[in-house]
Design a protein around this ligand. Sequence first.
Ligand code: ASP
Ligand code: MG
Length: 402
Amino acid sequence: MLIVQKYGGTSVGDLERIENVAKRVARTKDAGNDVIVVVSAMSGETNKLIEYAHHFSKNPSPREMDLLLSAGERVTSALLAIALKEMGYDAIALTGRQAGIYTDDVHTKARIDEIDTTTMQNHLKEGKIVVVAGFQGITREGEVSTLGRGGSDLSAVAIAGAMGADLCEIYTDVDGVYTTDPRIERRAQKIDKISYDEMLEFASMGAKVLQNRSVELAKKLNVNLVTRSSFNDNEGTLITKEENIMEQPIVSGVALDKNQARITLRNIKDEPGIAAKIFSTLADENINVDMIIQNVGQDGTANIGFTVPENELEHAKNVMEKLEASENIEFDSNIAKVSIVGVGMKSHSGVAGIAFSALAKENINIEMISTSEIKISMIVAEKYGELAVRILHEAYGLDNRS
Ligand code: ASP
Ligand code: MG
């Protein structure tokens, strides 16, 4: 098998941890696999380099920032290769450029256009373990570029896709994806397999195991992704095509997002073009609107409520006041969004009813609802957010009973 392994910042956080990573890589090689390793910078390193730059300038040039930030990953890739060689393994460290990773020229948030796999392939053929510095590439003009924060996940997935790897393992300090945040519900269980689309819903709701862009890329390139811990031998979570998952639970997990705020516009004119005006103005201001509800109009007026990320509330407030769409605008940041996610919903009816009854039984009021094919989201008062998660986790049979 060809396996791409990516180790995040905490996994290579100090020299002893790099040594442990070397041992794990060696074991994978000993088992008869070809191995490409992608590494992040040591944890905290990228932030430190950014601070250094800000010591000199509020606005350091993006080109020089890329040169600076790419250094963190070079350090860990070289150290890991040195450690592997010392253990008797033939290893070679490569920068993004040496690995053939070509990007566009948008410094500090470049996109990978193409990977020329010749060099990596040749080294693998010679039996070497290839260690690639993550998070970076090279523009067509030969300038060093970086892929945006958290970008080494993206490097790993792109390399796995281009090389046709059998597996791309992303190592972090958590065991995988859970049915909900174990800090909220201790009976949360690790999920063995989950589809790309479910993972994307979880990731966009703040389950921070994987960068969203890298899950999207894995889906596009059909890369089997595993997220697991580098601190134990537990098996992790496989993120794969829906067809590859035989037993599909109706609901795979419950997520909570407390960073939501709501704006309600009352007594707006109930006529064509009003919603268009409100939401195109918000879009022009780059404000991310999530849920929207409008009631059935009466006497020529209607109410519209919508949610935005809490940190965009001030901005959204100003925009709405300037627009004068309504004389009666309310704001509320004491709300939370609870969502249940599962591809099994597509083929089952009555899934939403279970959530509504379970919350009703505990007297939790649902203030807004939105649904998609694989997700049902509900807005509740923020103080009930965690309780709602526990209630729903139980209602859908997700509690670990062992
Ligand atoms: N070192 C980079 C960062 O901290 C990239 C990564 O770790 O994925 O954002
Ligand atoms: Mg990272």
